[in-house]
Design a protein around this ligand. Structure first.
Ligand SMILES: NC(=O)c1ccc[n+]([C@@H]2O[C@H](COP(=O)([O-])OP(=O)(O)OC[C@H]3O[C@@H](n4cnc5c(N)ncnc54)[C@H](OP(=O)(O)O)[C@@H]3O)[C@@H](O)[C@H]2O)c1
Length: 358
């Protein structure tokens, strides 16, 4: 049931409110000064109190709300914007139905992130709204998929691409990276990156005591997205050898990219200076001093990406590092950043808090 909006607030719906990124959207949007969360849309939990589906909302105004079924026409009457936090495939037709009715949509799935339909189909299968393919907004302001929110209602970058591309982008676009061989990226994610859906491979007893490589050696679906953005930055094809790992933590994502400089005199300090120039004014990217690799704990709960550079004095290679909270800068926070840009609010509005540390 819709509730009274605060004056001047943008009325929004969260579609997929009962998942992990949906929960994060509600946590952040609930305290955003220019947002009224009008509708919480679910799938299998329609009719439940939000506090039942999302226990951390117990005792909050949003917790007292009811999870509703998806109805594009009803939403179009009630809201100005919608955040879609659905699995890929399910997202495209939902986004299309809302956009057809004039709702501005911020999509967290991969359905609108790739620009080449053949590449999308090779990695994800048939697209659920082919007539709207290519409406993604991944090429964000200044080409930086993490610095701003993207073009209006387009897609948001994925979690691994955000942590990987942010540190590499300043180097690749300046021609500082040898591109006649792949860039090697080794990444680690907390288990919430896999979403809330039950699966044996995410059981506590199967993840708590180990580190699990998965979809390694270029088999992960985020590989083409990373290559797409870096190729655009380089103006030439970039290949990435990407290997992710599941590590026993709930949130957090760390990407370590190993690059051979085109000039072996390149220093970590020069990389830091370049990144600071490129990300100047971005409230969501923190460029660390040279040789200070980031820690995922610094980003926990915050819409901040920590970017760092270290030089290996023996090989002359540079390690470009990115750490984020997958659910915030990698998903919900990034989408809200895009919402802020699209609706003319300060980019960091409602997103200023530093992480919860330790
Ligand atoms: N988790 C991350 O760190 C992360 C980071 C970046 C981007 N993303 C992307 O964000 C999206 C949501 O991820 P998540 O981790 O929040 O997933 P999740 O925890 O599994 O939540 C998915 C949500 O979608 C609903 N849903 C599932 N199948 C549906 C269907 N066929 N039709 C309509 N609704 C359906 C679920 O409802 P029920 O509760 O009823 O199942 C739930 O509300 C995904 O596209 C994911 O790739 C996730």
């Amino acid at each position: 049931m819709s509730t009274q909006a605060k004056p001047g607030a943008v009325r929004v719906a969260v579609v997929g409110a009962t998942g992990y990124t949906g929960a994060e959207l509600l946590r952040l949007l609930g305290q955003h000064p220019r947002v009224h969360v009008d509708t919480l849309v679910g799938h299998s939990r329609v009719g439940e109190a939000a506090s039942e589906a999302l226990p951390s909302l117990t005792g909050t105004p949003l917790g007292a709300r009811t999870i509703e079924a998806f109805d594009a026409a009803a939403l179009a009457d009630r809201v100005d914007a919608a955040f879609c936090a659905l699995p890929h495939g399910a997202s495209a037709p939902t986004v299309a139905a809302l956009r057809d009715r004039g709702v501005t949509v911020f999509d967290l799935s991969a359905d609108f992130r790739l620009r080449d339909r053949a590449v999308y189909e090779a990695w994800y299968g048939e697209h659920g709204a082919p007539e709207r393919f290519g409406e993604g907004g991944l090429r964000a302001r200044r080409g930086l998929p993490g610095a701003a929110g993207g073009r209006g209602s387009g897609g948001r970058p994925g979690c691994y691409p955000t942590a990987t591309v942010l540190p590499l982008w300043p180097l690749v676009r300046r021609g500082w990276v040898t591109l006649d061989r792949p860039i090697v990226v080794d990444a680690k994610s907390g288990v919430s990156g896999a979403g809330r859906k039950l699966r044996a491979s995410a059981h506590f007893s199967e993840v708590a005591n180990g580190i699990r490589p998965y979809a390694t050696a270029g088999r992960h679906r985020h590989t083409p997205e990373i290559e797409q953005e870096l190729s655009a930055a380089a103006g030439a094809p970039v290949r990435v050898l990407f290997s992710p790992h599941l590590v026993p933590m709930v949130r957090g994502l760390l990407a370590m990219a190993y690059v051979e400089p085109t000039d072996d005199r390149l220093t970590a300090e020069a990389c830091v200076a370049a990144a600071r120039e490129d990300y100047a004014g971005s409230p969501a990217v923190v460029v660390l001093d040279a040789d200070r690799p980031p820690d995922t704990q610094w980003a926990q709960g915050a819409n901040r990406a920590f970017v760092g550079y270290t030089k290996d004095p023996r090989t002359g290679w540079i390690v470009a590092e990115g750490a984020i909270d997958n659910l915030v800068k990698g998903a919900a926070g990034q989408a809200i950043q895009g919402f802020n840009v699209r609706f003319g609010f300060p980019e960091a509005l409602g997103l200023e808090l530093p992480g919860a540390w330790p």
